[in-house]
Design a protein around this ligand. Structure first.
Ligand SMILES: Cc1cc2nc3c(=O)[nH]c(=O)nc-3n(C[C@H](O)[C@H](O)[C@H](O)COP(=O)(O)OP(=O)(O)OC[C@H]3O[C@@H](n4cnc5c(N)ncnc54)[C@H](O)[C@@H]3O)c2cc1C
Length: 589
């Protein structure tokens, strides 16, 4: 089984030294959330993920969810662990105190999301979608809906789902068919089939609150005719007690490559009673509240799985002895594989991406809080624009890199990585869903170049590149960070050139842009991670006297990132601007 120690030092370093967003620090609601409180919460979070949740990863993989007589049974140990999980209040961590939540910021809950993803993604998904559904209801539900459903979701005794996908539509939701017929009392009856629904049914909670996209009888075709509905598995009476079963049933559950402990369900709605959430025909935009936050969390899943893969590869590389290294002092026998330059390169590849991603996601957590809660609308909007720009980047980059890291970790284990004993191949399999769900990574890249870059006539990306430029200029004034800043500046220029190329190509050939979108996303993502590293370096050089080992480690890891990872940008750029003529004319015989 893979082992795991939550990276508390790195998380606390970020919390203490990189809460550098003035607008975030101005937020009244988080004034009391100081480093002591964060440390206390994260230490408890580490305990529960390392001790209670980590063992569930193997159990879930070996005993996938089952469907017995129409009821989904979770793997052994899940029920007991979930009971403890909600008793300790973990589902309520970031929820609004008005509905029983603890009101903690994303600067803390993001770290908890990472720890959970490292320990067991399957187990995490049961509460993750509930938080997504909670957010959607919080932002779009009426007061009476919120009062009725949110407190029990916050407690974790009810859970939530998001039901978009149907047999004929995943990416293209304009094709969806589920019908919602209005009743005289203002409720709706929903009929249709949803597939691939995470936690669509299970035995962990007393009720499941489905958020379902469907069409009313008079809805226009396409995405403009989609509304959002809340459909409880079990109806809730006026006094909030549970009533009769609603007509939602589980047709089957999927047998999958990974996340086998997570129930992925086919749900049949047969005149199920539902309540409209948000305005009619605006369901997609309401659902996007949930999906945008959720997409960032999927990126964090990639980061969490990368972290545990790295930790295990590092430990193994210190134990496994094979061959003599170039600088071996041994007469007989073999050195540990960590002494070989290529293994060291691979480990640093992982470490420098992981720590850079963590710093970027911490920055994004601050921006997200500002975008949700700042009381100056201009500041709020600017933060929202940045979050919206970075959402597809974090979702795709972190999950794609998660595939690279889990594959490289398996490689470090050699044959023992491919076989089941060490739990490494499971990380690769579990991570493989993350580039697919919540909108595939290619669709994220399309969203980035066609929507996010065009947003506000290109001023959002311009503001972001200016932000990075300002950071670079500051770091150039410091003799220790000057060289790093200059290197990042070269790549920032490539990002700016690539952005101009996209803008021009948009007018001449949309295929050129589509064929370049994944490359562009990687360039923007790596510049963003590089900028995060630059901030880490600024602090590290200042603080090195206080903790030499920790900050030297940071500086050396950053060196690797700047020398070995950032140059990937050259390749992505060259490949991206090579056009699409050959691609589009090619005859696939
Ligand atoms: C384990 C699991 C859990 C899931 N959980 C949920 C859930 O809780 N709720 C839910 O509603 N759904 C869920 N899904 C569904 C998931 O979100 C979809 O599978 C995903 O969005 C892709 O849709 P699709 O499978 O229909 O692929 P398709 O949309 O058919 O796409 C197939 C391929 O075509 C590409 N493609 C599609 N359109 C374009 C385009 N315009 N341009 C270029 N390329 C394109 C895609 O990138 C992809 O590579 C889950 C799926 C799985 C496997």
């Amino acid at each position: 089984m893979a082992t795991y120690n939550a990276p508390l030092d790195d998380m606390m370093f970020l919390f203490e030294k990189l809460r550098d967003n003035k607008h975030y620090n101005d937020l009244e609601k988080y004034k009391e959330v100081n480093a002591d409180l964060a440390k206390d919460i994260l230490e408890q979070a580490a305990k529960i993920t390392e001790n209670l949740i980590l063992p569930l990863a193997k159990t879930g993989d070996e005993n996938p969810t089952k469907l017995e007589n129409g009821v989904v049974i979770t793997p052994p140990g899940y029920k007991e662990a979930y009971k403890k999980f909600i008793e300790d209040g973990w589902t309520s961590l970031s929820c609004d105190p008005k509905y029983g939540g603890q009101g903690m910021p994303k600067t803390i809950s993001t770290f908890f999301d990472e720890m959970l993803s490292s320990a067991s993604l399957s187990f995490k998904l049961y509460s993750e979608l509930s938080i997504g559904a909670y957010n959607c209801i919080l932002h779009h539900g009426t007061d009476s809906i919120k009062k009725k459903f949110l407190p029990n979701m916050v407690k974790g005794i009810w859970s939530g789902t998001m039901c978009l996908t149907e047999p004929v539509c995943g990416t293209d939701l304009g094709l969806l068919k589920t019908k919602a017929i209005e009743q005289p009392d203002g409720t709706f009856k929903l009929s249709g089939q949803k597939i691939f629904i995470t936690s669509g049914d299970h035995d962990l909670t007393d009720n499941i609150i489905h958020l379902v996209l469907a069409r009313t009888a008079d809805a226009p075709a396409g995405t403009k005719g989609i509304s959002l509905f809340l459909v409880p598995k079990i109806q809730v009476k006026e006094d909030n007690s549970l009533g009769p079963r609603n007509s939602v049933s589980t047709g089957s559950i999927e047998s999958k490559m990974g996340i086998k402990g997570s129930a992925t369900c086919v749900l049949n709605f047969d005149e199920a009673i539902g309540y409209m959430i948000g305005p009619k025909n605006k369901g997609l935009s309401s659902m996007f509240t949930m999906m945008n936050l959720e997409r960032i969390v999927v990126g964090i899943q990639g980061l969490g799985i990368s972290e545990i893969a790295y930790q295990n590869a590092l430990n193994y590389s210190k134990e496994r002895k094979q061959g003599k290294s170039n600088n071996s002092k041994l007469k007989n026998g073999a050195d540990a594989i960590i002494d070989h330059a290529d293994i060291r390169r691979s480990l640093l590849n992982m470490k420098s991406m992981i720590e850079g991603e963590r710093a970027l996601s911490f920055w994004l957590a601050q921006q997200t809080e500002v975008s949700l809660y700042h009381n100056v609308s201009k500041i709020k909007q600017e933060a929202l624009d940045l979050v919206s720009l970075m959402t597809p980047v974090v979702k795709s980059l972190f999950t794609d890199i998660g595939m690279e890291i889990t594959s490289d970790a398996m490689q470090i284990f050699g044959g023992y990585g491919y076989t089941k004993d060490q739990g490494i191949e499971q990380l690769y399999r579990d991570n493989r869903i993350t580039p697919i769900y919540e909108g595939t990574n290619s669709v994220q890249a399309i969203d980035l170049v066609f929507r996010k870059l065009a947003n506000k006539n290109g001023s959002v990306i311009e503001n972001y590149t200016q932000l990075v430029k300002n950071g670079i200029d500051e770091s150039k004034n410091n003799v220790e960070t000057k060289l790093f800043a200059e290197k990042l500046n070269q790549y920032l220029k490539i990002l700016i050139d690539f952005t101009t190329w996209i803008e021009k190509s948009m007018k001449n050939s949309k295929d050129d842009v589509s064929a370049a979108c994944n490359d562009y996303l990687k360039v923007l993502g790596l510049v963003a991670v590089g900028y995060s590293w630059l901030k880490v370096l600024d602090v590290s050089f200042k603080e090195i006297k206080n903790n030499k080992i920790f900050f030297e480690d940071k500086i050396e890891t950053a060196k690797f990132f700047f020398d070995r990872i950032l140059p990937r940008i050259n390749t992505y750029y060259k490949s991206g601007i090579s056009g699409s003529e050959n691609i589009m004319k090619f005859k696939f015989n």
